[in-house]
Design a binder for this molecule. Structure first.
Ligand code: OOG
Ligand code: NI
Length: 263
């Protein structure tokens, strides 16, 4: 599946649970296009659905793995992938290290993964297929209590948990602070963890994000309104050789993950 089709599908799926995204587009770039810096996907490190599996459709169209990251207290690792075409978004994929989690979390997560046929995750459309399992509300809350990440993943599955406005490409804004100010003036709630702006020009990456919208999520035993997906804003800087930095900053990413926490 061509890269643009994967991202079109991810975007359509994202809008269904992230109504604020369209209003944010209006605010930042009413009549111009927005360049998407990156998207992020989440998964478990089980061999059936791990990063290698989730990365497949991106590798097939020319992406390569360009960075590894570790989030010890969240029990996550991640990689980011880049395409030679700089206008194609970077892809950030993380996975929960199940063997480091409690036995009860492992039991619930394995129960979800067991519901997935072995070849289903190998399909190109898997990354925008939502949940390939059924989970009940008690299971969701049990996961959430130990790992907000696991709870979110069980509820929402395979979808972009955020898209990212490339502030560098905006016509009407230069500074991330001004983007944040415009968002707050319209009542959007930003993630304040680690400060409203995560990262510095010296680190070559500044990021901010909204707190996730809420949306109705279908569980096997009913519907709950829970945090869904969010929007991120990234401004990248050039290094001393004049090359724009294309990686991620683990300490900043650690806080961005928390954008799907309950407000
Ligand atoms: C990914 C969080 C990290 C970034 O830009 O640092 C991230 C996630 O929430 O799944 O997107
Ligand atoms: Ni991000």
């Amino acid at each position: 599946m061509p890269a643009t089709l994967i991202f079109d599908n991810l975007w359509r799926q994202f809008l269904q649970v992230t109504p604020s995204a369209e209003r944010i587009h209006e605010l930042l770039a009413a009549n111009s296009t927005i360049v998407n810096d990156h998207i992020a996907l989440r998964t478990f490190n089980h061999p059936k659905v791990n990063i290698d599996v989730i990365a497949r459709p991106f590798l097939k169209v020319g992406y390569t793995s360009c960075g590894h990251y570790e989030f010890k207290t969240k029990k996550l690792v991640a990689q980011h992938f880049e395409h030679p075409d700089p206008l194609l978004p970077k892809v950030f994929i993380s996975e929960l290290l199940l063997e480091q989690c409690s036995l009860s979390l492992q039991h619930i997560a394995n129960g979800l993964i067991e519901q997935v046929a072995a070849d289903t995750p190998l399909r190109d459309d898997f990354v925008f297929s939502g949940t390939p399992w059924k989970v009940d509300q008690a299971g969701y809350y049990a996961l959430l209590e130990e790992s907000e990440y696991a709870g979110w993943l069980a509820a929402w599955g395979y979808r972009a948990n955020h898209f990212t406005v490339s502030v560098n490409h905006l016509d009407n804004f230069e500074r991330l602070e001004d983007v944040n100010r415009a968002l707050m003036a319209q009542g959007f709630v930003l993630n304040l963890g680690g400060g409203r702006i995560k990262g510095t020009p010296e680190e070559l990456l500044e990021q901010s994000s909204t707190m996730a919208d809420t949306a109705f999520c279908e569980f096997s035993d009913g519907v709950l309104e829970i945090p869904s997906c969010f929007y991120e804003f990234a401004r990248r800087y050039a290094d001393q050789q004049g090359e724009i930095y294309t990686g991620f900053i683990a300490a900043s990413a650690d806080k961005i993950f928390e954008s799907t926490h309950k407000n």
